[in-house]
Design a protein around this ligand. Structure first.
Ligand code: NDP
Length: 369
């Protein structure tokens, strides 16, 4: 019996596990010609991540870049030439409310500094267009709640740019957890960090970033703890360390360790930092097994293994899959395995607020999500 079980474990580890249909669909944006409607997207903020999204969208079958909103005319010219965007679909930060009269644009993807997301989302919603907003969706939960409410009132969808929610190896771990293959989840570890360069950049401005590493990279561990464990935290504790107060000014966090507690008894222990490279790892431990993703949230390929062996799902450019999936959510009300809506982003902002409060007060903060 034991050797048979061992044999079965070995062959299970050796073959690619077939995916349940719902999971397979989540990243199947294959070459089959798409006959359905196409989501027409304008990107707001033509910076480094906006550029990456635009390039990835070229391979999307269900979403197409049709417009831009930018404060830099020279970039607009370059993008017009590269993506064939007509003048009538180009806006700046002063006049983009006029987008409401433009049938070539269904949704605006906001990829500007964090501190601008709230006001820009409210304006896009008022113009009657769907909003895709980058993470962190806002500077705090109050702003995030206002964004959710504004989009609801305007009857437009609000999605947050959580690209990992569509990534194949991540979804396989979630499938295994839901199928009980790890047994009862007990522990999550999330390590999220990199060494940040130029001290003058907006990511180190309290006003534009809302904080430091936690807003930018630590939020991946916050979000990951929730989808890896499949539960919402009920308390938070946190400790902050600062080695360079010149670079990381008041309100801009350099390193925060935080712990999350869950009603089931599961716990999470995470690190968010702007001073250590190669920190991109998720680990999930359950009563019967484990999953490890490293890298876990970078642009990929994501690498991972479980107690059953290596994860072998193929790599697809994250933003290509994300845009195809978001087109289906917006145009066809598709329900995804891990949500990416405003409510999902709001939960993360409530946790981030609680982490800052816990770090500042050295108290355990209770949460109701
Ligand atoms: P960048 O600084 O590279 O680009 C931001 C762009 O926003 C600028 O190029 C500019 O575009 C526009 N902008 C408008 N106002 C300002 C301002 N006051 N200061 C600076 N830029 C301004 O940032 P990123 O592209 O790296 O990040 C943008 C957002 O995307 C952030 O919220 C970040 O957290 C998120 N992000 C998400 C990632 C993910 O994997 N999901 C990865 C990286 C970033 P223009 O000149 O066209 O006006």
């Amino acid at each position: 019996m034991n050797s048979r079980r061992l044999f079965l474990q070995k062959i299970t580890a050796a073959v690619t596990l077939p995916l349940a249909p719902a999971f397979a669909n989540a990243f199947d944006h294959s070459s089959i010609a798409w006959q359905g409607p196409i989501l027409k997207v304008a990107i707001m903020g033509l910076g480094s991540y906006g550029t990456r999204v635009a390039e990835a969208m070229l391979a999307s079958t269900k979403a197409k870049l049709t417009g831009v909103i930018s404060g830099t005319p020279s970039k607009v010219k370059t993008w017009q030439a590269k993506y064939g965007i007509p003048e009538k679909n180009c806006y700046n930060y002063e006049n983009f409310d006029q987008i409401k009269n433009n049938p070539d644009i269904d949704a605006v993807y906001i990829i500007t500094p964090n501190g601008l997301h709230h006001s820009q989302t409210l304006r896009v919603a008022k113009a009657g267009k769907h909003v895709i907003c980058e993470k962190p969706m806002a500077l705090n939960a109050v702003e995030a709640q206002e964004m959710v409410t504004a989009c609801k009132q305007a009857n437009v969808k609000l999605l947050i740019g959580y690209r990992m929610h569509f990534e194949a190896k991540t979804l396989e771990v979630v499938r295994m957890r839901q199928a009980g293959e790890f047994g009862k989840p007990l522990f999550f570890q999330g390590l999220s960090g990199f060494r940040i360069g130029d001290p003058g950049q907006w990511r180190l401005s309290k006003k534009l970033a809302g904080g430091g590493a936690m807003m930018d990279i630590g939020i991946y561990s916050v979000n990951g703890a929730r989808y890896m464990l499949g539960e919402e935290p009920i308390w938070v504790t946190a400790q902050e360390t600062k080695t360079d107060p010149q670079k990381f000014k008041e309100g801009v966090d350099e390193t925060i360790q935080f712990q999350l507690g869950f009603a089931s008894g599961a716990i999470a222990s995470c690190l968010s930092t702007y001073t250590m490279n190669n920190l991109d790892k998720f680990f999930l431990n359950g009563e019967k097994g484990f999953a490890e993703l490293q890298p876990s949230t970078g642009y990929g390929p994501i690498q991972g293994r479980t107690h059953l062996g290596a994860l072998t799902q193929p790599h697809v450019t994250h933003q290509t899959t994300q845009m195809d999936e978001m087109a289906e959510i917006i145009l066809n009300n598709k329900k995804t395995i891990i949500p990416v809506d405003g409510e999902e982003g709001l939960k993360d902002m409530k946790i981030v607020d609680a982490i800052y409060l816990a770090a500042n007060t050295s108290k355990r903060i209770d949460l109701k999500l």
